[in-house]
Design a protein around this ligand. Sequence first.
Ligand code: NZQ
Ligand code: ZN
Length: 390
Amino acid sequence: MIGNFIYHTPTTLYFGKGAIRDLPEVLGRYGKRVLLTYGGGSIKKLGLYDKVKELLRDFTVVELSGIEPNPKYDPSVITGAKLCREHGVDVILAVGGGSVLDCSKAIAACALYDGEGWDLISGKVQAQGALPVVDIITLAATGSEYDMGCVISHTALCDKRGYLDEHLYPVASFLDPEYTFSVSKWQTACGTADAINHVLEQFFAAPHSLFNDGVMISALRSLMTNVKIALEKPDDYAARSELMYVCSWGCNGILANGAGYSGWPMHAIEHALSAYFDITHGAGLAVITPRWMEEILSDRTMERFVTLGKDLFGMDGAAPEVETAHRVIAAFYDFFASIGIPMHLGELGVKADKIGEMADHILSHDSTDEPWMFAPLSREALIRILQASM
Ligand code: NZQ
Ligand code: ZN
């Protein structure tokens, strides 16, 4: 069944080799004063920084560099918003991975807000507007380039928040797969694990439809096939281009139009892990995925596992359903391990003595125990998932 929905993604995508040639014209629509944001230097090694500066020769450019993975409210968002106000910035250009783009979206909203920016990010206050954000995304993972979300960490509060607002859609995103050739094996694997999890968070929902299932299974197949090629041959354009395009669909709703909403429980758990231990988002998700699946496996969820078994993994359906479900879970575990992700949280630096505290954090921030969720998770269930993941 396709239920009622409203779908709108106002972001224009410029996809493919050389796509950034249109950058000056696109930025020029919003003004001449640009805040250029980037991370720890990957764009300089790529030659992309020089290329962008050349394209922006007729613009006034202010820079904010050093944006970290799991971007921080303090100092990055606060400093960026201050720069926008001081220099009368018209438009923000984010060049980098999801963290740079997420930070830039938060800056865009905070720059137009007179109060404490964290009040916007934490949902206490609704933004009345945001500066336009244009991005050149250099890592296939989050889908931030095509969605209205950003995820920001507040180190002092030990908090990591997903902040969603219609004002945060980028006005334009440039996706040139060649800029992802230099992404390390680790980030390639973690980025793909993140995108796989985005699909699974939407697949495990009710109601669902043959059409949505088909799109999501194709997305999973493409991600799982192409990541292996990209790990083997980082400059394989065909593989990198599919990864980039499929990842961009992750979080803007298109995969789940008319379907039920799961509540994104694995992301709720992972955001607590990154808040406490600053781990790589996709790695945390990969570790949690099979343990979460084991926890929610029941008569009610069985059909989802069986469909994955048949349509994604080509299982013949001859085995008892519960056996198929366990084989699907094992297949995801083995897949993530095969792309180089250590499958235990302890190996990512997570300490077991924080499990109870993290479970409380998840419940207070994301209410994973709400009855409307596809598979509600109580405090005890969260603890079981985290313990099994150690
Ligand atoms: O900082 P630099 O030097 O740029 O290096 C980055 C960083 O160290 C590097 N990198 C990026 N592009 C590269 C490259 N290295 C070589 N070549 C390139 N072309 O990769 C490292 C990781 O970058 P990061 O931006 O942190 O990775 P990702 O894109 O996976 O973003 C992760 C963040 O996004 C959030 C996560 O929670 C996490 O904070 N998410 C955002 C979402 C959204 N906005 O919709 C949804 C996701 O579920 C996720 O929560
Ligand atoms: Zn994610």
